[in-house]
Write a protein that binds this ligand. Sequence first.
Ligand code: AOF
Ligand code: ZN
Length: 345
Amino acid sequence: MTSSDELYMRRALELARLGSGSVNPNPMVGCVVVHQGQIIGEGWHKQYGGPHAEVNAITAVQDKSLLPNSTVCVTLEPCSHFGKTPPCADLLISSGVRDVVVCNTDPNPVVAGRGIKKLFEAGAQVKVGVLEDEGLELNKRFFTFHSKQRPFILLKWAETADGFIAAANFKQEQISGKLAQRLVHKWRSEEQAIMVGSRTALYDNPRLNTRLWGGKNPLRLIIDKQLLLPKELHLFDKSQPTIVYNFQKQEEQDNLHFVKLQEEELMLPQIMQDLHQRNVLSIMVEGGTFLLESLLQTNLWDEAVVFKSKYKTLASGIKAPNMTFGRLNEAQTLGPDRLLHYLNV
Ligand code: AOF
Ligand code: ZN
C-alpha cells in the first residue's frame, strides 16, 4: 500500500462525509479520479436515490481521454446492480478505467464482492482495503445494518454522581446540563429513529424531536405492550412518524403506526427485525433503565453515551444501567457533566 493511495482515499472519505444526513439508508461514499498525481475529478453520493459517487466523479472529469491512464479511488466497492441507478462497475469499465482503489467492500447482498469481480474480469487492477478502518467507522450504521441484520443501536442515558437515573417515583429530574440537552438533540438528528419504553414515555412525556438543534426529526419508536399509555402524550401528537410496538394491535392513524408483536420473550429481536425490514439503519435508545438493561443483557447494542453528573445526587431511586459489558472509549467534560462513550467490544 503506497502512501499516495492513502492520501487520495483520505480525500475521498472527506467527500463521502458531505453526504451525511442526506443519503440514509444508503452509505456515504466519496470518489476521486487521479491522473499523474493530480486530482482531475471528484464526486460523492449526495442524495438518496441520486447518482452514486463514481458517476459524479467521472462526470466531473473534463478530459475523458485521460481515464484509461487514471486511478479511481472510491470509498466503497463500485456497485454491480441495477438499483435506482445503473451499476458503477459498468460505468468504470466502459469509461476505460483500469486502475481502481477501494476502501471497503460493499456488504449489501445485492453487491457483496460482485462489483470487484466485474472489474477484475474486465481486466482492471483493483486494490481493496486502503484506510479500511476509517471507512468502517464512517459507515458503521450501514455496515452494522447488513452484518447484524438489525439497526446500529446507540444507547443514551444521564445518571447522577451516585448512579441513579430517576427518583423512586419515576419523577422527571433534569440530571444533565444544558449543553448535554443540545448535544442529545444533535444526536437525534443523526440517527434514523429514537426509541423509549413505556415508563419513560409516561413519566418524562418526551417529544423526541430536534428542536434544540435543527435538522431532520427522527422516527419515534415506543414500546407500549398493552396500549395503556394516555393518548394525550406528546409522542402521540402525530407531528412526526411514530411506531407503537404492542401486543394488541390498533388501527393506523396518519403518522401513528401500530405494530403487533408475537412473542413477549422475543420482543426486542422482533422489533429489531421489523426495523431491519423497514430499512432503519440506526436507532438511539433514550430509556428507561429497564429497556436499556434488557438491550445490554441481550447484547443488542453497539455504542453507549452516558452523561454522568459531577455534582447532582439522589441518594435513592432507580439505579442507572450497569455498564459492565462495554469498554470505555472516551471521556470528556461537558459543563457540569462527564460524557462517557462506551463501545461494545
Ligand atoms: C456505489 N457508489 O456512491 C453508493 C453505492 O438504490 P441505489 O441504486 O442507489 O443503490 C444503493 C446501494 O448501492 C447501497 O445500498 C449500496 O450497496 C450501494 N451504494 N455504491 O457504487 C455509491 N452510494
Ligand atoms: Zn454505484
